[in-house]
Structures are given as C-alpha cells and as structure tokens.
Ligand binder design. Structure first.
Ligand code: FES
Length: 162
C-alpha cells in the first residue's frame, strides 16, 4: 500500500506529523506539498524524509512542480501503476483544495480522508459553528468538525454544499 499525503499551505504541518508516523512504521508514503511560491517552501533541513518521498508544487512555478498541488496529484495518479485499492489519500489544506482532492479520489476510486479547518466558537459540539453537511446515507444532516472530526472520510461529506 502507498499513502499519498496532499497538503496545501498550513495543511503541511499536520501531514508532516502523519509522514513521521508512517516513516516510523516503515509504511511507504509520498508527501505532496503545495505552496504559493518558492519563498514559502519548507526548507530541506526541516524535511527529514527521503527525497524520493517528497514532492513540491508552487503556484508560480518557482520551485518544484509548476501549478497547484492538486494538479501534481492528478499527474502522479496518471503515472502510478499500482492498483487503486492499494492507494490511500490523506489531505489537509484550504477548502477549495480539499474539494478538488475529494473529487479526484472519488473519480479514481481511492480511499481518502481529509482534515478540516473551520471556525470553532465552543469546541464542544454545542454552538453549531463548525457544522458541515454530511452526504446522503450518513444518518445525520451535519457533522461537527470539533467533536466528530477534524478528520473525516471524504465520502461522508456533502461536497456540493461544502
Ligand atoms: Fe461549537 Fe463545533 S465549535 S459545535
């Protein structure tokens, strides 16, 4: 199996920790990180992973792949010969990015979890401030990012209304 970690902006930080856990467990992964420009890229000394596991994308093309990290993922998937059942995607980043990653994972029939960032007022499941709509069949209309998440299977989310 191969874990594809797809991170944008501040979403890099949590996936870094996941990459460390996977590495400690000797579980193969690729960490794809998207930034706006080369001056935002996390420097190599902070990236204690095998070079071959690290993929960088910048929107302005000043470092690594030129374009959004979602395009990098799409290109990667085109060339990845492993069966889709042996791939898993883990993603964290801006809402627009998560939406694209989710669409891609569904399209390619790959399992995918995403970590969500929302406004949280109470953090206890009481204020509804962090509620996101769930997909049909989940058994409830909303999930709370604070209480039920922040990590969700992307197939539990209503992306049309996200
Ligand atoms: Fe209030 Fe989640 S932050 S319900």
């Amino acid at each position: 199996s191969l874990s594809l970690l797809v991170a944008g902006g501040i979403g890099v930080a949590p996936l870094f920790f996941l990459a460390q856990r996977l590495e400690a467990g000797q579980i193969p992964f690729r960490l794809m990180m998207g930034f706006g420009s080369s001056d935002e890229v996390v420097s190599a000394e902070h990236v204690p992973f095998d070079d071959r596991a690290i993929f960088i994308a910048t929107d302005d093309g000043t470092a690594g792949y030129a374009g959004p990290v979602t395009d990098l993922l799409e290109d990667y998937l085109k060339n990845e010969k492993r069966g889709r059942g042996s791939l898993s995607v883990f993603s964290c980043g801006p809402a627009s990015m998560l939406k694209k990653v989710a669409a891609m994972a569904i399209n390619h029939r790959i399992s995918c979890q995403a970590s969500f960032e929302t406004t949280m007022a109470c953090g206890l499941g009481a204020c509804q401030g962090c509620a996101i709509r769930t997909a049909a069949g989940v058994g409830k209309a909303y999930s709370h990012v604070c209480k039920d998440g922040p990590v969700f299977d992307i197939r539990e989310i209503d992306w049309e209304r996200f």
